[in-house]
Design a binder for this molecule. Structure first.
Ligand code: AMP
Ligand code: MG
Length: 350
């Protein structure tokens, strides 16, 4: 199959809408990451998403809408959900609600709940309006690769597998949406993202955080969000996170890099903009300014893809405090590192 990569124009969006109606797949930009969409109520079309991504069938999809009236046939809406929609839609918040029968099992992975979101990206909105269909769309990467934040990333993963990619520039947030479940006793964040715990609590009061956000699942522990089961966001090289006081971290990065380099590894460091100069000999990748976790979020997946392209096999990274958007960054970076973390002071002492 030939994959067209087209800028977002009235014509390309009309073509995309036609493809959705025919049950085909289209990748499109959203403010979080690029999505790989199909008509959510067309079982065969939805199966195509799993095939193109190589995604396990037990990992459910998010249904994207442009108008709340579309939810009528999809899920049961409650008062908390309405308050969240008023506050955060359109935007990077996915809400888990009880499903309705019309939603195919392929979308929900046979769960009795469904994930719904209204994206704010103007191209995503224009496309959802043009087709006027609920669109099931996970991230447009091959399963196991970092989520795509540019049309080029999508093309690298999906060339030959889907008919059309709409190019809408770089995704603004850069990390997938916050996922909140409203089906348990208390609202619970299953996946942190651009909409933070504090922002949610301001609107609906206390919210729980799923236990496995900053650690691997324990043996036998059930993932509340099935996507958390999988080894996600992991580059081919081995990533190690370095914690500690700022100057100790810079010194530890320098020593760890030098050691790996002397052993013949293709090594590099992921560091804040402020440390790029001090680490100029350590193949630095600039992850953004210290104290700006939103910028780190925006750059993270593109950086992880660069590491693969450069065939890096040993990577040492700085960390951000796991608060606000930093929690979402550390959830993804932690998984990229399989939660391997060392303390800078200990490295320096050796
Ligand atoms: P992606 O869009 O690729 O990030 O994948 C969608 C994410 O939403 C995955 O992590 C899923 O596990 C999660 N998700 C989708 N539907 C549900 C659901 N009904 N319950 C819990 N998590 C869900
Ligand atoms: Mg994904």
């Amino acid at each position: 199959m030939k994959t067209q990569l087209l800028p977002a124009t009235d014509e390309s969006l009309a073509l995309a809408a036609r493809l959705f109606e025919e049950g085909q797949l289209v990748a499109f930009p959203t403010e979080t990451v690029y999505g790989l969409g199909a008509h959510a109520l067309d079982r065969k079309a939805v199966l195509g998403i799993f095939a193109a991504k190589g995604r396990p069938a037990d990992n459910p999809l998010i249904v994207h809408i442009h108008d709340r009236s579309q939810l009528e046939g999809i899920c049961e809406v409650n008062d908390l959900a309405l308050r969240l929609m008023d506050a955060f839609w359109p935007g990077p918040l996915t809400i888990i609600l009880p499903r309705k029968a019309a939603v195919p099992d392929e979308v929900t992975a046979k769960l009795d709940t469904v994930a719904v979101r209204m994206p704010s990206h103007p191209v995503a909105m224009a496309l959802l309006k043009a087709c006027n269909l609920p669109i099931a769309a996970p991230s447009a990467n091959r399963s196991g690769k970092p989520s795509p934040t540019s049309a080029k990333h999508v093309f690298d993963d999906m060339d030959g597998r889907i008919p059309l990619i709409i190019d809408g520039g770089e995704s603004d947030v850069g990390l997938e949406s916050t996922v909140i479940s409203l089906v348990g006793e208390k609202p619970c964040i299953l996946r942190p993202g651009g909409v933070t715990k504090a922002m949610l609590e301001e609107v609906i009061g206390p919210v729980d955080l799923a236990g496995s956000i900053l650690r691997p699942l324990e043996k036998g522990e059930k993932a509340l969000s099935p996507g958390m089961m999988y080894k996600h966001y992991s580059p081919d090289g081995q990533v190690t996170l370095i914690e500690g006081e700022e100057s100790a971290v810079v010194e530890a990065l320098r020593r760890l890099y030098a050691h790996a380099d002397s052993e013949g590894h293709r090594a590099c460091v992921m560091c804040f903009t402020e440390h790029v100069e001090a680490l100029a000999d350590c193949h630095p990748h600039d992850i953004g300014p210290k104290g700006d976790p939103s910028e780190v979020a925006h750059r993270l997946f593109a950086t992880l893809r660069d590491l693969d392209d450069e065939k890096m096999d040993v990577i040492f990274s700085e960390v951000v405090p796991p608060e606000g958007v930093g929690l979402a960054v550390m959830n993804r970076l932690g998984r990229a590192a399989a939660f391997r973390t060392v303390n800078a002071e200990e490295i320096i002492r050796i």
